[in-house]
Design a protein around this ligand. Sequence first.
Ligand code: CTP
Length: 469
Amino acid sequence: MQYRQIFPAIQKTLQELLHKYPTIGSIVADIVKDGGSALLVGGAVRDLLLAKPVKDSDIEVHGVPLERLDVIMQKYGSVSLVGKSFGVLRLHGLDVDWALPRVDAAGRKPTVVLDPYMSIAVACKRRDLTINAMAIDLTTFVLYDPYNGQRDLHDGILRPTDMQLFLEDPLRFFRVMQFIGRFAMVPSAELNQLCRTMDISGVSVERIEQEFSKMLLKSVYPAAGIRWIEHIGRLNDVLPELAATRAIPQNPAWHPEGDVFEHTMQAVDAAAIIAQSYESEYNKLLLLYAALCHDLGKVTTTHVIDGTIKSELHPQAGAVIARQMLKRITHTHDLIHTVYLLVQYHMEPGQFVRGGAKVPAYKLLARKLAPYTTLSMLADLALADVRGRNPKGSEPLMLESEDVRAFRTCAQRARVLECVEQSVLQGRDLLDLVPPGPRLGQLVRRAYEIQIEEGITNVDELKRRVLAE
Ligand code: CTP
């Protein structure tokens, strides 16, 4: 087996980690006293070797039975068992999983066999990819690398640790997708072969969402993961609405980059770059999902009219398709509805500027997006759309857009770039004259239109006007 002392820099990081969480060091020392050993395993080892921050640690304890590990850990606080069959223990207040080596067997009744005396190589074999199948002994700082994960990490290759065992968990298909984006790595030929045919029908929406979120939030070029699914011929199984964009041509005068799929992928990567300045992860996801969905409507609306490729009303059609597609990835209603709105109005920034829209139009558009999103995010989506048009490569263009800039300036002047103008006349102002019900709602909406279009902000005047109509 490949094992060697780890680099001094990594050793230092690990020592700092143990220093920061002295309880970990104490438990490890007790395990060693009992004749066992404690190994850092999985993604934490990968992230350490990549010099990335380690967020959650998995420690595998060898040579000590579960009951004994439980006794050792109880010296330091209250211990909970995270699923007895999985043999994972947690100490209250410490974000570390302490697990025993195990062998998983999939099937109709999945079984887990714990064996504290299993060899490290056998214990690592159940892990999905070689880059995730390494271990570092927390006492000796020796790196165990039975499947050459370090070499694959260096070469940027995702390789299954074991072809047969890889197939036992279909979530791994989506993990590969996110690792491709996140680490800009390339799957090996045998991994592609496995993923071309593996059954992924049983993966829940919640777990798919987790992997999509990681891919979208942590990648420089997140579209790489989706391009891979398309490349191995599985996009129709995962996102059929997006797969349908592959064959849809675009007018080369506007879109020299190629078909709608290529444009979408470039727009997603452009959105990721734009969203780097966002503080909120949720807003990042909104922009990225909106970029992913923005042109889905071209599938049903693209026609050649008088020799020209046109996709009239594709934003409206696309909003409905986006809603349908996003349900395959998330159950979050607000996210789906926000993307629906962004897709529906994604052409407005350009049209507003070219058509010379006035202040009321900006205010009304901001109102249509509120409270879910803002004109600012719509402008960012329009920018991603403009940047996703590189005919010479697959990375997005890094240009600015005069139209988008002008749209932002006008929205800012109208004071609705990041917010919405509040209604002056509220329902309660009319309650003495109109009972609660649909008519009250209509009157309030009409008062808002008058407020915006004519700039009237006096409650009594608005009241008079709507009641007189
Ligand atoms: N693992 C696996 N198959 C899975 C999930 C996890 O083999 N379907 C193994 C891998 O060795 C992985 C480890 O369990 O590294 C920990 O899993 P998890 O914390 O879910 O993922 P990470 O690899 O740490 O990745 P991330 O940084 O995305 O959390």
